[in-house]
Design a protein. Structure first.
Length: 437
């Protein structure tokens, strides 16, 4: 079965900024910096000549010249002015107002409260503990595209909007997911002061977020979403894509490819990075805005934000004794089950887990199948994977470090069963190769 990543080679074409393949409708949507006639495109840059057997749609991003990516919205060359009330000093801080790292320009204070659930998932300061509450925004807002040191001050309002140290400091950088090719999120977290941070969102209903979406993002396609941000305030648009791979320009930090992104229509400008995104009909929190153009807005899935950073978004302020540095929690907490699996843990040995498993093409019964398994390991060394008993060994090394884990894509092959119908199951096992001694 095809997927969006199978079409990422199109990102090498002139003008192509993003792609999404929808297997339910067999539709490939290609986002381009500007539409050009076939006569101005070389054959290798003409998407219509490079794909077949799909319904092709081309979306114009509205740029006036060829571009290599969408813009990260606090890294644009000229930031628009903020809405007047959003560039003011807000205490307590609410989501949607001007806030950024003190060494940057201007962006938006994002979702709060988020509770740290796993400090081994991403990059976290030693000062961060599981159970602590944090406020979120983008990596390029709080962490300066991986360049910031833990403890760097975050200020509200942003420097461009008149904020300065020490009076306007709201917290310090505590954690972030590394911004790199293949990432699913652009997110970072700062420390909070419970007396100086509010769970409200500027100019939105006090009950929002009503819930947090953690699955079924495809059903958002065509739905209206709402964001609240520093520059354009409260705006709405319709969702166009829910599993896109996009190229994004991060200023001097270069251009990166991010995967599994949602794309809506025009509803943001420079400085809106970090804006929380909600489903307009219900107030459900669905995303974290980070990039776009004059005609599109790109946001991370909030479920990916939680899993990649190791946090849980809460729908209101936690009660006394809940969310501090330690366990516990009050009896009013809701424990929502989203997974139930049996995991084999070998005591005293490094752990290997399967992050994703995908195949190339559409295999027929009895055919050889090429597959890619993304694995996460707790230590470097030699590891192994077995698909239906066919074992492959590989090495996890320093080059595979992602935060506190080792992440690698492993190429595999196996034979589809002769009795395969519309689908078939395969058994995937794995672990580390232990020294014989």
């Amino acid at each position: 079965m095809s997927r969006t990543e199978d079409y990422e080679d199109l990102l090498e074409c002139k003008n192509v900024l993003g792609v999404e393949y929808d297997d339910e409708t067999n539709t490939l949507t290609v986002f381009v910096s500007q539409k050009l006639p076939d006569s101005e495109l070389a054959d290798e840059d003409n998407v219509k000549l490079r794909v077949s057997d799909v319904n092709l749609e081309v979306e114009d991003a509205g740029f006036e010249e060829e571009r290599e990516g969408f813009d990260a919205l606090s890294r644009v060359e000229s930031l628009p002015e903020a809405q007047a009330d959003r560039q003011k000093r807000h205490r307590p801080v609410v989501g949607g107002v001007s806030e950024i790292n003190a060494k940057e320009s201007a962006a938006t204070a994002g979702p709060y409260p988020a509770r740290i659930t796993d400090t081994s998932t991403a990059n976290w300061s030693d000062a961060a503990s599981e159970g602590d509450l944090v406020r979120l925004s983008n990596n390029h807002v709080y962490a300066r595209i991986n360049d910031a040191e833990f403890g760097e001050p975050i200020i509200q309002p942003s420097p461009t909007d008149g904020g300065s140290l020490p009076d306007d400091k709201t917290g310090e950088l505590l954690g972030y997911v590394t911004a790199e090719d293949g990432a699913a999120v652009d997110v970072a977290a700062r420390s909070i002061d419970p007396e100086q941070d509010s769970a409200e969102y500027h100019e939105l209903d006090d009950s929002w977020p009503t819930t947090v979406r953690r699955e079924d993002y495809r059903s958002l396609k065509g739905k209206t979403v709402t964001k609240t941000g520093r520059t354009t305030g409260v705006t709405q648009s319709q969702v166009k894509a829910t599993s896109a791979s996009v190229r994004v320009r991060f200023g001097d930090a270069g251009t990166l490819t991010l995967r599994d992104q949602c794309i809506a229509g025009a509803m943001s400008e420079g400085g809106d990075s970090g804006s929380p995104v909600f489903l307009d009909s219900s107030g459900e929190l669905v995303g974290l805005l980070f990039a776009g153009s004059s005609r599109q807005t790109i946001f991370n899935k909030i479920g990916n934000v939680e899993s990649e950073l190791g946090v849980e978004l809460l729908t209101d302020e936690p009660g006394d004794g809940d969310g501090g540095s330690g366990g516990g929690g009050d009896d009013s907490a809701t424990y929502r089950e989203t997974l139930s699996e049996t995991v084999s843990v070998a005591v005293g040995t490094p752990q290997l887990s399967l992050v994703s498993f995908s195949i190339s093409g559409s295999p027929s019964p009895g055919e050889q199948v090429s597959a890619t398994a993304r694995v996460s390991g707790s230590a470097k060394g030699t590891a192994w994977l077995s698909v239906d008993g066919d074992r492959t060994t590989f090495t996890l090394a320093e080059e595979h470090v992602r935060g506190n884990r080792y992440l690698k894509d492993v190429s595999l092959s196996f034979t589809a069963p002769d009795s395969a119908g519309d689908s078939f199951d395969v058994d995937v096992d794995g672990g580390y190769v232990l020294d014989s001694e």
